[in-house]
Design a protein. Structure first.
Length: 157
């Protein structure tokens, strides 16, 4: 919660019924999220509106089954391509970089610790055990590095 408490502007592209972030989105219109868009399109919209976040909650569906459940809830019949989470994660990470401020934190939740990659440095890693035969959840807090901030500044100049 300390990351949330410190944030001035936060974004959650997969919010479901969470209202923790400043800007919330979920595909399913039956959730309490503010927006009901594709996550990438939602973040592209924020970028076009010049919304800049100092915190992003990146908690997408982890498995093809979870992705299918999300799509089924909105009446969309997903193809194999639609349930390839590696493609979705890559697209999300690319657009997250467009909406974060220098020094921003990205909190990633999932089954791996790949995180944002180059330009971000891990600050904390938490493993949450769900017991029995359930997969653990890996929670990663990463902050944009000074090197990435310099690259952003050079791009703007």
């Amino acid at each position: 919660m300390r990351y949330m408490d410190a944030a001035k502007v936060s974004v959650d592209p997969f919010a479901r019924n969470s209202s923790l972030a400043t800007y919330t989105n979920d595909l399913n219109p039956d959730t309490s999220a503010q927006y009901h868009m594709d996550a990438v399109e939602f973040m592209e919209m924020l970028a076009k509106q010049a919304i800049v976040a100092d915190l992003v909650l990146f908690d997408p569906p982890y498995s093809p089954r979870q992705m299918k459940e999300c799509y089924d809830a909105i009446g969309f019949k997903p193809t194999t391509k639609d349930t390839q989470n590696a493609r979705l994660y890559a697209e999300c990470r690319k657009v997250i970089r467009k909406i974060v401020s220098p020094g921003a934190v990205v909190l990633t939740f999932g089954w791996n610790s790949a995180g944002m990659g180059s330009g971000f440095e891990a600050e904390e890693l938490l493993l949450v055990s769900h017991g029995s035969a359930h997969n653990d959840t890996i929670c990663l807090a990463e902050r944009m590095t000074q090197q990435q901030i310099c690259l952003l500044d050079a791009h703007v100049a």
